[in-house]
Write a protein that binds this ligand. Sequence first.
Ligand code: ADP
Length: 252
Amino acid sequence: KALCNDFDFIQFIKFLDTVDSTNSEAKRIAMEEQVLEGLIVSSEQTKGKGRLGRQWESEKESGLWMSLLLRPKVKPEAASSITLVSAAAMAHAIEACTSLNVGIKWPNDLIVNGKKICGILTEMSAEINQLHYIVLGIGVNLGQMSFPVDIIDKATSLKKEGVEVSGKKILSAFLLAFSNFYSQYLEGDMSQIISYHLAHSVTVGKKVQIITPIETRNAYVLDINADGSLLVENELGENEVVFSGEVSVRGI
Ligand code: ADP
């Protein structure tokens, strides 16, 4: 049952001590319950996931590890821009709860003082012309004081940045911001969400590497388009559009 109109995308909240991955749990629930939408939060993930099969470090009680199971009535093509909706909402939530400046690395990472504090992994189940569900996984580093050596230079947490704030506080600020941006997204209006990204982008105006499963190319980022895609100038001086899908942007 809906908690209230603003949060009618949350019909259940499941809190877990441990899970393989909150995205995997959300997908299991999605397959069992054909219409349900809701939120899964876990103190720990034993197999936290990043994109392209990468690993997401999610130690016990060190962060806010969660997934939203959503069934928006949008076309499958519109589904991936939900990543931008949640990135804007979480950036807003962290800034509302702390005095930190949060940058957004298009399309899915939040950056504080040059390091990643939050990652987002969007997965979906769809057929041509029909979206079944979206699983929106969000990990926010809260209390870690150290990270594994391979990410020590690129990861940070709220505590490392000198801020002590509970996961509960970040979660409620996020849900408020998300419900606002999400209703705009459902109405097909991405304008405020894109403006928020442009104002917080650490990607626009930078030389980056565009990494796809097939190749790596250099490009200069010109803008974020109205549909959330990235406008870049390639090495031949031509303008090119990059869609979020499976692209990683490096070099920021
Ligand atoms: P990318 O940002 O490189 O496209 P992803 O969005 O898939 O990659 O995130 C996964 C990557 O994030 C991992 O390969 C690792 O480098 C880094 N990472 C893993 N766990 C954490 C964490 N808790 N905080 C910050 N960065 C992390």
